[in-house]
Design a protein around this ligand. Structure first.
Ligand code: SAH
Ligand code: SF4
Ligand code: F3S
Length: 481
């Protein structure tokens, strides 16, 4: 998973400037927006330059060692900025803050606030406390550390987010009780919590009223959703689909164990639900899946994919993979490659196993040597890349409904999203931004598609070709299993 982009928080006029750097997953992107929202009433307005900021927040990720290390190198750079601007506030939020709060305070004493993901609603109070301590050095307070898991859900105390363009994230669930042996998330985000359906529907209506046409429902285990007022994620999606103007619904990240029949059925019944699902499998080896405590076999995964494609034939899948998990032998890795070729994932994230402190897998034996992890990762990525390119190539000649989201890189060009989350470029008037238009795909760049307006023989915009009823070439394996 790549670092999320630096977020430009909601635009609010103010005297003070706030810079937020977001690492990690989309939950962090959503949370960064919420932190900006709670700070807006204190007069903080966004800036995209840390050297211009009165307050800098690093919203961090602990998932792999590299992600966590970046935080300390970024803090080193911020220290220099703070030396030049003594009243600058530095806060560290997110999963590194949760896991290594005390260490951050010790290693980087110039950090003013360390706050875990469940305490963002208390940020204004922490800022006020820090300011008081600065004005009264006699109080002797060094910094604020708040990594509690408060009983009251933060969502009840955070302002509703405003739409910032045609696509929006909406957090519906947080935390994880699955305890995969390699993963820190159950420790950094805490136990699973699902928001009540009524709150989610209210937030979704607000986002649509503000111009969002596509909402991605977020959760560390989004399909474990069991909030009050809904019978599961399928039922919540059906309720959301009733909202006028909400043209597209997505959800991420799902766990295979929670892909229940009602949710699968929703993929067939609810046209707003996009035919693209990120469903991480991690490994294709039953031995490794069991050791990871994933709670499913490779056959279970295959069956889920078959059911999804029965419900909606044009369904495309993406996944996460880990190479070099403890005990992974060549045979296990071959099983993963075989599954990749069988399913034909159209886009994926893959990582070398990174031992994380406090997780069971970090202590398992044998650990796989780094050069083996790397070699397997390269092989895996080569094959995933072939699948991705083949899928993109097979899109040429098709017509997709594309949600135009903004300006492209060249003058006169717009960029949008296909149903499969591919970036699509087209020359078009900016007035179309925020609308969904049928576009004929005519070319493929490395990782994006080029399109022209799809017009019928009368020169009018057509309503788009039906998507193929079978996966066809687009999803076929590139290497036989
Ligand atoms: N909840 C999601 C994943 C969240 S973490 C799920 O269950 O699939 C995102 C991805 O990071 C995981 O899917 C996994 O592939 C990867 N990951 C997590 N811990 C890791 C570790 N210790 N080393 C390498 N990759 C890891
Ligand atoms: Fe981590 Fe597993 Fe939970 Fe996903 S399901 S967040 S990989 S523990
Ligand atoms: Fe990273 Fe925490 Fe998300 S560890 S992936 S920011 S839940």
């Amino acid at each position: 998973m790549a670092d999320a982009p630096n977020i430009a928080p909601a635009k609010t006029p103010g005297r003070k400037k706030l810079f937020i750097k977001t690492y990690g997953c989309q939950m962090n992107v959503y949370d960064s927006g919420r932190m900006a929202d709670v700070l807006a009433p204190l007069g903080y307005a966004p800036t995209d330059r840390p050297d211009d900021a009165d307050m800098v927040i690093l919203n961090t990720c602990h998932i792999r060692e590299k992600a966590a290390e970046k935080v300390f190198s970024d803090l080193g750079r911020l220290r220099a900025l703070k030396t030049a601007k003594a009243d600058m506030l530095i806060a560290v939020a997110g999963c590194v803050a949760q896991a290594e709060g005390a260490e951050i305070m010790a290693r980087a004493p110039y950090v003013d606030i360390v706050l875990g993901p469940q305490t963002y609603h208390r940020l204004p109070e922490m800022v006020a406390r820090t300011a008081r301590a600065k004005n009264d050095p006699a109080a002797g307070q060094k910094g604020v550390l708040d990594t509690e898991f408060p009983a009251e859900p933060k969502f009840d105390h955070l302002p509703a987010p405003k739409a910032d363009g045609p696509t929006a994230f909406l957090s519906i669930q947080e935390g994880c009780d699955k305890f995969c042996t390699f993963c820190v998330v159950p420790y950094t985000r805490g136990a699973e919590y699902s928001r009540p359906a009524a709150d989610i529907l209210r937030e979704a209506r607000g986002l649509v009223a503000g111009g969002a046409a596509e909402i991605t429902l977020l959760g560390q285990n989004v399909n474990a959703y069991h909030g009050e007022g809904a019978r599961g994620l399928g039922s919540l999606i059906r309720a959301l689909a009733e909202i006028d103007g909400l043209a597209r619904i997505r959800y991420t990240t799902s766990h295979p164990r929670d892909m229940d029949d009602d949710l699968i059925k929703a993929h067939g019944d609810v046209p707003q639900l996009m035919p693209f699902l990120h469903l991480p499998v991690q490994s294709g080896s039953d031995k490794i899946l069991a050791s990871m405590n994933r709670g499913h076999t490779r056959d279970d995964y295959r069956r889920i994919v078959d059911k999804l494609r029965d419900a909606r034939a044009d369904m495309a899948l993406s996944s996460d993979f880990i190479t070099g998990y403890p005990g992974e032998a060549d045979r296990d890795f071959d099983d993963t490659m075989e599954l990749i070729n069988e399913i034909g994932f159209v886009q994926s994230f893959s990582f070398k196993y990174s031992p994380r402190p406090g997780t069971p897998a970090a202590l398992m034996k044998p650990q796989v040597p780094d050069d083996v992890k790397t070699a397997r990762l390269h092989l895996l990525q080569q094959v995933l890349d072939i699948h991705l390119r083949n899928f993109n190539k097979d899109c040429v000649g098709r017509t997709f409904d594309v949600l135009l989201t903004g300006s492209g890189r060249y003058p006169g060009q717009l960029v949008g999203r296909s149903p499969y989350l591919q970036a699509v470029h087209v020359m078009a008037d900016p007035k179309h931004i925020g609308t969904i238009v049928p576009l004929a795909i005519v070319s493929v760049e490395a990782y994006s598609l080029g399109a022209v307006w799809a017009e019928d023989s009368f020169g009018r915009i057509s309503c788009g070709e039906p998507v193929p009823t079978s996966p066809g070439n687009a999803l076929a394996p590139v290497v036989s299993a």
